[in-house]
Design a protein around this ligand. Structure first.
Ligand code: KIV
Length: 275
């Protein structure tokens, strides 16, 4: 979808849900990255990333918390606004924060509506059959929903930390069943996080809608990474992460050089000064 060839369809000016569905049907993987601010979102749009996720990971990648459970709905509204004001082409999906949908459909709808008012084009929530009613309510109200299964960061404490999910047959079958429940409730895509590649392949095969993997192997319909991991800024080197740049090193070098020039009195020079 992001690499149109002379023989292929033209690249869409705006990514819609149907383009992700078409990508699955055609067997063309698509990309999703987290984004939380203006410049990173614009860079990812320029790079052709199809979906931007304003993830609740903003809590641990920007706001200095150790888990995403600290991220508030107000945080999500603020960062959703920053991203959606900055890009046009990618589909922008925002996370429903921990505690904003578990209690029932009315809560889910109220918070989903607020995210859409802030600019989100779809919302993501974590869980399987137990959140099917919330998904159905949001979808009925016209709010597209992305599911999230496998390791679900908002349940990090209940799951005893960051662990691969669905390793035994019972757990793998539950993942498939939950994915079907989420799809049947109306979700347009499902994130699979920290799941064995073979299990992710099984879920992807079972679903009509696209799966998007993070630590879930190559057989998902799309892939997602936290952008600071993808760009080598966070310094997180989990097995599933590939750092496509060394932003931390580049930024350190730039900052050190800037400091050296300030201390040495060589910056600012005449070319940076007003007459
Ligand atoms: O918040 C987030 O960044 C996410 C991704 C890990 C999928 O949910």
């Amino acid at each position: 979808m992001s690499t149109p060839s002379p023989a292929g369809p033209p690249a869409p000016a705006k990514i819609r849900l149907r383009h992700l569905q078409e990508a699955k049907t055609r067997g063309r993987p698509f990309s999703m990255l987290t984004a939380y601010d203006q410049f990173s979102a614009q860079v990812f749009e320029e790079a052709g990333i199809e979906v931007l996720l304003v993830g609740d990971s903003v809590g641990s990648t920007v706001l200095g918390h150790t888990t995403t459970t600290a991220t508030t709905h107000q945080d999500m509204l603020t960062f959703t606004g920053a991203v959606t004001r900055s890009v046009h082409r990618p589909l922008v999906v925002s996370d429903l924060a921990f505690g904003t949908y578990e209690a029932g459909t009315a809560e889910a709808l109220r918070h989903g509506v607020e995210l859409v008012r802030a600019g989100a084009e779809a919302v993501k929530l974590e869980g399987g059959a137990e959140v099917a009613a919330q998904i159905r309510t949001l979808v009925t109200a016209g709010i597209p929903v992305m599911g999230h299964l496998g390791f679900t960061p908002q349940s990090v404490n209940a799951l005893s930390g960051h662990r691969v999910q669905g390793r035994d047959e019972e757990a793998a079958q539950k993942l498939v069943d939950d994915a079907l429940a989420v799809q049947d409730a109306g979700a347009f895509a499902v994130v699979l996080e920290l799941v064995p590649a073979a299990v992710a392949a099984r879920v992807t095969e079972a679903l009509r809608v696209p799966t998007i993997g993070i630590g879930a192997g190559p057989h998902c319909d799309g892939q997602v990474l936290v952008w600071q991991d993808m760009a080598g800024l966070s310094g997180f080197h989990g097995k599933f992460v590939k750092a496509f740049a060394d932003l931390r090193g580049d930024l350190q070098r730039a900052a050190a050089e800037y400091r050296e020039e300030v201390v040495a009195g060589t910056y600012p020079g005449p070319e940076h000064s007003f007459d």
